[in-house]
Design a protein around this ligand. Structure first.
Ligand SMILES: [Fe+2]
Length: 369
């Protein structure tokens, strides 16, 4: 802030003193305002003043009280006390209140007077510069923070839309490939529905539900990559065919892996054929090595396999499948998950008649989710 001339406020109840001091200051090129008491100072003062000269003894509001009121106002203008006979008590009190300096009256040495005024002005300039620097720094920080926030938002939107686009693309690909495998298509949708039903029954967090949904949606994606024409043929599978089929969790996880944003889903997909007793595949993990979401998928995936008709065997009824789940509870399945599943499946009605043939066909057409 560049100022052409400095502005000084003088308060003294003695008109003669006011006039003399004003004349001297004007002679040195300063702009001067005067008032006869402390109250006048408080009424007039604003940030445009650079120095305040206060008499100590004034009616109503003396110099000390005025100073303390000025401190409250926070303009940070240097105050010089005008004092007659110097008293130590006065000096200490004034310094404690934050007075910048003292001027003796009558003014005898103009040079000293001028030096003191100039120093007070310099002090004020310093305060103003510092204030300006601080506020421009704050503005800068605020602008930078806003820019950063804006960039973060953009980045998040971009990465979300990239994620969604990737998932969409995978879904389309999956739907296209599932046209060749009617069973897997229906199975994927039913498993997803069951997984969400169970996840909600177990009161999972929203984010976990999202992960579970994606994992369920793509849990058998590996099957679409391996040539599994064998599983559609009538009759039982041979040992070689089983070896091939047992590769699908690893293949599925490997398909997801390069995406970089579905790490948890990748784990669930890789391990959806593990068992609590460690006799599952591909890694033979046991109960405590598996997370809740994987345990959910293991249960619902098996349940759907049991209750669906396959070429090589008949399907079980809901009751028969539940008995089987309970029988294998603790060995193949996690008991608490089975318990929750059994309780929620009996009242479960799929919301979008996801199990109907028409729904399946529509999904193929629309290529959605
Ligand atoms: Fe599977």
């Amino acid at each position: 802030m560049k100022k052409s001339s400095t502005k000084i406020l003088i308060a003294d109840d003695d008109a003669m003193v006011r006039m003399t001091v004003s004349k001297i200051l004007e002679m040195f090129g300063h702009l001067v305002d005067t008032t006869s008491d402390g109250k006048g100072v408080i009424d007039i003062v604003d940030d445009s003043y650079d120095v305040i000269i206060l008499d100590i003894n004034m009616p109503d509001m003396d110099g000390f009280e005025t100073m303390s009121r000025l401190n409250d106002l926070g303009f940070d203008i240097p105050v010089l006390f005008l004092t007659g006979a110097g008293s130590m008590d006065y000096a200490v009190k004034a310094i404690n209140l934050g007075a910048y300096d003292f001027l003796t009256k009558p003014i005898e040495d103009l040079d000293i007077f001028n030096v003191k005024i100039r120093r007070a002005i310099e002090k004020r300039m310093y305060v103003l510069k510092e204030r300006q620097y601080k506020s421009s720094l704050e503005d800068d920080i605020e602008v930078k923070a806003l820019q950063l926030e804006e960039q973060n938002k953009l980045l998040l939107t971009y990465s979300n839309s990239l994620e969604n686009a990737t998932v969409q693309l995978m879904s389309s690909l999956q739907n296209a490939m599932e046209e060749k495998d009617y069973y897997t298509a229906g199975h994927t949708m039913r498993v997803t529905e069951y997984a969400l039903m169970l996840g909600m029954a177990m009161e999972l967090e929203e984010n976990e539900i999202r992960i579970l949904r994606r994992a369920a949606q793509f849990h058998d994606i590996g099957k679409l990559v391996i040539d599994l024409s064998c599983i559609q043929k009538p009759g039982k599978l041979t040992d070689e065919e089983w070896v091939l089929i047992r590769k699908h969790p690893t293949v599925g996880a490997n398909i997801i892996q390069p995406l970089g944003f579905m790490e948890k889903e990748q784990f669930i997909i890789r391990h959806h054929h593990e068992r609590m007793d460690g006799k599952g595949y591909p890694d033979g993990l046991v109960d405590e090595q598996l997370d809740d979401l994987t345990k959910i998928l293991i249960v619902v995936d098996s349940y759907d396999a049991m209750t669906s008709r396959r070429n090589y065997r008949k399907n079980m009824s809901m009751e028969q499948a539940l008995v089987e789940l309970y029988n294998c509870s603790g060995t193949q399945f996690e008991p608490n998950t089975v318990e929750f599943f059994a309780r929620s499946i009996v009242d479960f009605t799929p919301t979008k008649s996801v199990f109907s043939e028409e729904y399946l066909e529509n999904v193929y057409k629309s290529n959605s989710k």
